[in-house]
Write a protein that binds this ligand. Structure first.
Ligand code: ZN
Length: 366
């Protein structure tokens, strides 16, 4: 081949994503006993040929993954000679054997994405989002959720508040709501230290309450109703649906053809999650969910409506839950209509409520 006589293997340049960071690295490949991925003299990874699989990629590029590497690790090769050599060495290149339930989900997802792109053209994005959302594999949604989670903590400069007494009260409240909603223990939740009065749900099963909302709340029923509303968004996978809708065609095409390790799509996604609001239907459904949960708990529904109005009335526009549609007056009217006298004891004792209010205080005192 070329003049690199000191090396028995064939060097070739490629682009490597390690699957753990967003970094795109220029590397050289050495086809030795294993495929060595090198940055200068450093071997970043060595992939056994038998583990290497072809990943979807644009024409003119060979994109590879390895069963033994992190799921999102990718190698992109444009050098035709190296690509041909690799194809010859990788006996299982086109064998779809990721094991467990991977392939079916990925194939199904790709088909769904392809169908949805057609649907986008024919019907516009919202329909596609509704059709597509149930088909997004849980693992993918969890991955989006993890990235969004770290982004959001940066965005809100958020430290998670967890002084012991406050956390205990918060867990008690969330557990009661979760059980009444019939949701399993995979739901994660927390309070973020931020003065913004808001709460939101992320893909993959996370609900966050911002301390600013706690500060404005007057009793546990108010917070419970809002948290139940966010659980409704989780249950309905509204965040994922919103992402697909707001991301539009380019996000869909990126999901289908692109490389999610180059996670500009995911960073875009987290920004979208924070800045966009749900559809009016999604909000109404989440309100219904909240109303049902509060009924099951034997607690009034009106307080959550009062809290929402208190926030939007005084602060103008807020983020997701406090978004302007439907108007907070309408919500309060509905939650007042649905209100029933309490038939069960408060979800938190007065002491627990005080602890929750001061969950972000270092020593548990306000
Ligand atoms: Zn909402």
């Amino acid at each position: 081949m070329d003049s690199d006589a000191t090396d028995a293997s064939k060097p070739g340049s490629a682009i490597y994503f390690d699957g753990k960071s967003n970094q795109r690295r220029a590397v050289t490949l050495h086809l030795a006993e294993q495929l060595e991925i090198r940055d200068g003299d450093t071997v970043l990874a060595a992939w056994s040929y038998v583990d290497i699989r072809r990943a979807d990629g644009p024409s003119g590029m060979l994109r590879l993954s390895s069963l033994a590497a992190p799921a999102l690790a990718r190698l992109e090769i444009r050098d035709a000679a190296v690509a041909a050599d690799l194809v010859a060495r990788c006996a299982s290149l086109d064998e779809n054997t990721p094991g467990r339930r991977g392939v079916a989900a990925i194939v199904g997802w790709s088909l769904a994405a392809a169908v949805s792109i057609v649907a986008v053209v024919l019907f516009g994005v919202p329909l596609a989002a509704d059709r597509l959302t149930p088909l997004v594999p849980d693992a993918f949604e969890r991955r989006v959720g993890e990235v969004a989670d770290s982004q959001i903590k940066v965005l809100f400069d958020g430290k998670v508040c967890d002084n012991a007494a406050g956390q205990q009260a918060f867990s008690k409240l969330v557990t009661a709501l979760r059980e009444a909603a019939g949701m399993d223990t995979s739901v994660q939740s927390g309070v973020l230290s931020s003065p913004i009065p808001n709460a939101f749900a992320l893909p993959g099963g996370r609900v966050y309450l911002l301390n600013g909302l706690l500060a404005k709340a007057e009793n546990a029923d108010e917070i419970a109703g809002v948290l139940a509303h966010e659980l409704g968004h989780l249950q309905h996978r509204d965040s994922m649906r919103g992402l697909i809708r707001n991301g539009g065609t380019s996000f869909l095409i990126g999901l289908l053809f692109g490389d999610i390790t180059g996670s500009s799509a995911l960073i875009f996604a987290s920004r979208t999650l924070v800045t966009s609001s749900h559809s009016r239907e999604a909000e109404l459904d989440a309100d219904s969910f909240s109303i049902n949960v509060m009924h099951r708990l034997g607690r009034p529904t009106k307080p959550a409506g009062e809290l929402m109005l208190r926030i939007t009335g005084k602060e103008g526009k807020g983020l997701s839950i406090m978004s302007s549609h439907p108007p907070s007056e309408d919500r309060l009217a509905r939650m007042t209509r649905e209100d029933r006298p309490a038939t069960k004891p408060p979800l938190l004792t007065p002491e627990e409520w005080r602890s929750l209010k001061s969950i972000c205080a270092a020593d548990g005192k306000i």
